[in-house]
Design a protein around this ligand. Structure first.
Ligand SMILES: [Zn+2]
Ligand SMILES: [Zn+2]
Length: 428
């Protein structure tokens, strides 16, 4: 389906159906000038997409000898049919970083890298194994490496008098490129800004912080004068600045949600975290997600977990083959508790047990260790004093962060409440 988007310059949109895909469709755009045309993005490498795309191009009657293709980013729903344009002699433009990822993918290293990582982060092996045959991003990718003119940030493509500016907008992919018409203030936002759905932010080899890249690049676009935004999927809406704010707020909420899951379930792996957060896939629970959706959801969860690790709110612990996550304070506290328990077991309990006593660690906060004395030590004031001192000296030598040992109040809480009420002349 071909739709006119703008008269000056002459811009058209082709609705390319993406069968059995939650994105539903790709918006391929065509900028037409008397001196040349630029097609932006292609759809998957599958016959249904090829049919829709070429129906639109033929309806417009484009002269392919004056037509080039621009690929906003490496994803197969944008790059899949590139070979059909190469075969017809069209020049292909693409951002240098994403092109190198796509070529790298053809040679092998990117998918195996992510598979190994996702396994380590807890995604079950059978789900990882099914990606090659069930993940549309892999099934409908370009068949072979293709030649392209590689562009960088701020590169200008000239279509007659019309200037088309390339904007490096990483986050959704490492080298995502938006296109911008400075005179007309038209932004082709690719998958960087979508209106009806939220762009997926995953993780990538050699990209340490994809989510902060994304958020930074969203903020940068707030300074760009934009009259019309043309996204690569679904509908466009008028106010791109409001949408940028919504997308930033969405990720802030997501970060908080994930932080709370880690705080309430310390030691979970990323797969466990993904299973506990809310996903807006209608009516489906995590267990009902098809394998390829779990793949994208894992990437999204990891991008947020990494962001929280980078900002020191949570910690990642690697235990040989697996990764687990803790809120930073919890983890420090858990480690300290473990060390204290170890010292109690090795150095303190043997002494107390030699005269029928024992000790239980009840808490540790701000350098103070709270313990309860048990057995013959319990309730004996003189034993309390010397035992407390002995424990404090022992713990302080090994753990300089400990300042004091306090004996926990062994009086029952109900008894204390009863006494307080009596003192306030209330009827208990
Ligand atoms: Zn994409
Ligand atoms: Zn897309």
């Amino acid at each position: 389906m071909l739709t006119k988007v703008l008269d000056k310059p002459d811009i058209w949109q082709i609705h390319v159906e993406l069968p059995q895909n939650p994105l539903r469709n790709l918006n391929s755009y065509i900028i037409c000038t008397s001196e040349g045309n630029l097609i932006i993005d292609t759809g998957f490498n599958r016959p249904e997409c090829s049919h829709d795309l070429w129906a639109g191009i033929n309806e417009l009657g484009l002269d392919l000898s004056k037509t080039a293709l621009f690929i906003t980013h490496l994803h197969s729903d944008h790059s899949g049919l590139v070979q059909e344009f190469v075969d017809k002699g069209c020049t292909v433009y693409m951002g240098e970083i994403d092109y190198n990822y796509l070529v790298g993918d053809k040679e092998g290293p990117i998918w195996p890298y992510l598979e190994a990582l996702f396994l380590k982060e807890g995604l079950p092996a059978d789900i990882v194994g099914r990606q090659a045959t069930e993940n549309q991003a892999r099934m409908y990718a370009p068949k072979s490496i293709f030649p392209a003119v590689l562009v960088r940030d701020q590169a200008i493509l000239q279509l007659g008098d019309l200037e088309v500016l390339c904007l490096h907008t990483p986050g959704h992919t490492p080298g995502h490129m938006a296109l911008y018409l400075p005179q007309e203030q038209v932004l082709f936002s690719g998958d960087h800004i979508l209106f009806d759905i939220t762009p997926n932010i995953g993780i990538w080899k050699d990209v340490p912080a994809s989510l902060s890249d994304y958020l930074e690049n969203l903020k940068k676009l707030k300074d760009l004068p934009v009259r019309l935004t043309l996204p690569a999927h679904r509908a466009s809406h008028e106010n791109v600045y409001q949408r940028i704010d919504e997308l930033i707020a969405h990720h802030q909420e997501r970060l908080e949600e994930i932080y709370q899951v880690v705080a309430s379930s310390p030691g979970l792996n990323a797969n466990g975290v993904a299973g506990k957060i809310h996903w807006s896939v209608r009516g489906k629970t995590w267990d009902e997600f098809p394998p390829h959706q779990k793949w994208f959801a894992m990437g999204e969860t990891l991008a947020h977990l990494y962001y929280l690790v980078d900002t020191d709110r949570i910690m990642r612990q690697e235990d040989g083959e697996t990764m687990s996550y803790y809120v930073t304070e919890q983890k420090n506290c858990t480690e300290l508790h473990t060390r204290i328990e170890q010292l109690l077991g090795e150095q303190i309990r043997p002494v107390l047990q030699s005269h029928g006593g024992n000790v239980r660690l009840t808490d540790c906060r701000e350098g103070i260790v709270y313990v309860e004395l048990l057995g013959s030590c319990a309730g004996c004031p003189s034993a309390d004093l010397s035992t407390r001192q002995f424990m404090e000296d022992t713990l302080k030598v090994a753990l300089p962060e400990i300042s004091k040992v306090e004996l926990s109040n062994s009086v029952d809480q109900d008894m204390l409440d009863f006494a307080r009420k009596l003192l306030r002349h209330e009827t208990p």
